[in-house]
Design a protein around this ligand. Structure first.
Ligand SMILES: Nc1ncnc2c1ncn2[C@@H]1O[C@H](COP(=O)(O)OP(=O)(O)O)[C@@H](O)[C@H]1O
Ligand SMILES: [Mg+2]
Length: 425
């Protein structure tokens, strides 16, 4: 019989809030991973991973990072080992995330040069290391006239200083450091891979394409990950990079892939609790292609089965979890968003629900307004304001205009949530 299953195991078998690091938890996406491996194989290629929010871009990027470092767990699981180089990949991988301190591409280069919590500075990869770091600091200082030392850790003041830095000088310096990294890391034949996630949040991306072009080589590879329904939505000047661009579009997950999330979880709890077919089907259908809901509902319903000491998650367990979601009892961020969007107005809730129920991503306002009138809303366009404007808590409004008379949800996961959520009024 072995040791009893612990609740902790059930909880850890799901990951609603974090991108997947452990390849054993990574479901589906064979084509995307295959494409990623091909990009790693082609020298000087530039990888772009793009798609809607919440579909699994970061998870794919994390797996590609692992593969690039030489971990063949996932390729083996996906039967893609045949594509790997004979001795495996051995890239040095640095994985950055766009954040509030990276305002432009100059900031990004500085971040890469000097490192962050997740990555050592590039100098750390060279023998002359610190000495050289001082030198560069001085050069950059002379140009900008401010201290780089504090700029690396302190936020506020660095903005105007960095602006001037995407000079040829910086690129020259960067190149020469990359040359040193290569020289001093002969054992790492694969080269260096820079992955920049949440690239979409960098406000000013100007100059990025030319930098990728100038710095990419058989030794240096860039990958960019972020929200966009087209490549140019993520990187407007990508055409100037040329033919080495390697795009991977990440779509919603299909039903088979979502089902696999549940099977992986069953595996991780040692098969002690499994989902009945109807239970799995219900979770997958309600997820509408977004793995978030599969993890959230899968975890909660498996917890319910655990608490009943049952080896099976049944349809009624799943329905109990769905009820909890519908009543806003999960304590998740989307619940707050819902309240903020609806406030104390029943009419606003009707409008929000109508948008959420619409089957398309890009929603024609005319259609919604016509329906709203049937619900007795006389002036729907006036009610749109709060849904389409930023609030004190949220810079991005719930609905964003795509073109004249069409809106989409800024967060498609919230669209599904707003649909699953019960009426407040
Ligand atoms: N291939 C996958 N297998 C299992 N879970 C996944 C997979 N891709 C994404 N997820 C889950 O879906 C959620 C969103 O994934 P994430 O990679 O952060 O998406 P994105 O970067 O596109 O917003 C996370 O909870 C993550 O654990
Ligand atoms: Mg992400």
């Amino acid at each position: 019989m072995g040791r009893p299953l612990r609740l902790e195991k059930v909880i850890q078998a799901f990951s609603p809030d974090k991108a997947i690091e452990d390849p054993r938890q990574f479901a589906g996406r064979r084509e995307e991973i295959k494409s990623g491996i091909q990009a790693l194989l082609s020298p000087g290629s530039f990888l772009i991973i793009y798609g809607l929010r919440g579909v699994g871009k970061s998870s794919i990027a994390l797996q590609i990072a692992k593969i690039a470092e030489g971990d063949d767990t996932l390729p083996a699981m996906l039967k893609l080992e045949g594509l790997l180089p004979r001795k495996g990949f051995d890239f040095i991988v640095h994985y950055y995330r766009g954040d509030a301190f990276i305002r432009n591409i100059g900031d990004l280069l500085i971040r890469i040069l000097f490192g962050d919590e997740a990555n050592p500075s590039l100098f750390a990869l060279t023998k002359s290391g610190e000495h050289r770091l001082e030198e560069i600091r001085e050069i950059l200082q002379a140009k900008g006239g401010a201290s780089m030392g504090i700029a690396v850790e302190a936020a506020g003041s660095k903005e105007k200083v960095y602006k001037t830095y995407i000079s040829d000088d910086l690129i020259q310096q960067f190149r020469s450091i990359l040359g040193m990294v290569r020289r001093d890391n002969q054992h790492k034949k694969g080269g260096i891979l820079f992955i920049i996630d949440e690239f979409d949040v960098i406000p000013d991306k100007q100059g990025f394409a030319s930098i990728v072009k100038a710095l990419s080589s058989e030794y240096v590879k860039f990958a960019v990950v972020g929200i966009g329904s087209t490549v140019s939505e993520l990187i407007s000047d990508h055409l100037s990079i040329g033919r080495q661009v390697h795009p991977i579009y990440v779509d919603r997950m299909d039903e088979y892939e979502l089902g696999e999330i549940l099977r992986k979880a069953e595996y991780l709890v040692g098969g002690r609790i499994t989902f009945t077919d109807e239970a799995a089907e219900e979770i997958v259908n309600r997820s509408e292609g977004f793995p978030y809901f599969t993890h959230l509902l899968g975890r909660d319903s498996m917890r319910i089965a655990f608490e009943h000491s049952s080896p099976k998650v049944t349809l009624s367990d799943v329905q109990e979890s769905l009820k909890k979601l519908a009543e806003g009892r999960f304590g998740i961020l989307y619940e707050e968003m819902y309240h903020e969007a609806v406030k104390n107005s029943q009419q606003r809730e009707i409008l929000l629900k109508l948008f959420a129920e619409h089957p398309q991503d890009e929603i024609p306002t005319e259609e919604i307004y016509a329906l709203a009138k049937e619900f007795g809303i006389t002036n729907p366009s006036q009610l749109m304001k709060p849904l389409t404007s930023p609030t004190a808590n949220r810079a991005t409004p719930v609905l964003v205009k795509v073109r004249e008379r069409y809106y989409r949800f800024s967060d498609p996961v919230f669209k599904v949530y707003a649909k699953l959520r019960d009426w407040k009024f």
